[in-house]
Design a protein around this ligand. Structure first.
Ligand SMILES: Cc1cc2nc3c(=O)[nH]c(=O)nc-3n(C[C@H](O)[C@H](O)[C@H](O)COP(=O)(O)O)c2cc1C
Length: 192
């Protein structure tokens, strides 16, 4: 029988978890990043198309390549984060689809492929954030950067395209994490 996860787990993934960029000076191992990828990749995508791609920047050299593309407000915290993920979309994601008829649907309609790629790749980025929280990591998503510069620097062949960034690390619990107001049910939902 499937039942709701417990209160503490809900707190960890939603109620107490905030987008933060203050991390302990403790590395995130490659094994943890692999576990994170494995969990995030289990989230649903259309036709199981999995267009999201994740580039884990965890060395100073890799971070330095990203620096010129960052907005002023995101620069210092991103350079200090143990890991920064480029959440990207593979514009030819459909080449990996095992079912040939699924692949053919996208090959025949590249506009639909672009729409599905962006939608489902964005979802996969969201799964990554929630999976990170489930593993005890803190995630700081960011869209304050120049995607054209990131694409030029990391994806010169034009196939992958940057969507957004996520700083990752082990949270610094000494920092307060107030929750900004959310829309009420009446503001944000309809019951029909
Ligand atoms: C796609 C996306 C882009 C964001 N861009 C930035 C950013 O560039 N810089 C930043 O400091 N925070 C950024 N944020 C964090 C949001 O401001 C934050 O999620 C929001 O204010 C709600 O706060 P909370 O996540 O801590 O509850 C971004 C979040 C998302 C999901």
């Amino acid at each position: 029988v499937t039942q709701a996860i417990d209160r503490a787990a809900l707190d960890q993934i939603f109620r107490s978890a905030r987008s933060l960029h203050a991390f302990r000076a403790e590395p995130v191992s490659d094994d943890t990043l692999r576990e994170l990828f494995a969990l995030a990749s289990l989230g649903p995508t259309a036709f199981n198309c999995q267009p999201g791609r994740f580039v884990f920047l965890r060395t100073p050299a890799a971070k330095a390549r990203l620096a010129p593309a960052l907005s002023r407000g995101n620069l210092t915290k991103t350079m200090a984060a143990p890991v920064t993920v480029i959440v990207a979309t593979d514009s030819r994601f459909f080449e990996w689809i095992e079912n040939p008829s699924g692949r053919a649907v996208y090959e025949a309609n590249l506009a639909m492929a672009a729409e599905h790629g962006f939608r489902n790749g964005s979802l996969q980025g969201a799964y990554l954030i929630l999976a990170a929280r489930a593993l005890g990591l803190t995630a700081g998503p960011m869209s304050g950067f120049d995607p054209a510069r990131v694409n030029q620097e990391f994806f010169a062949d034009g196939r992958w395209q940057a969507n957004f960034l996520v700083n990752l690390g082990w949270g610094d619990a000494t920092r307060p994490s107030p929750c900004a107001a959310r829309l009420s049910f009446e503001q944000g939902a309809l019951l029909l």
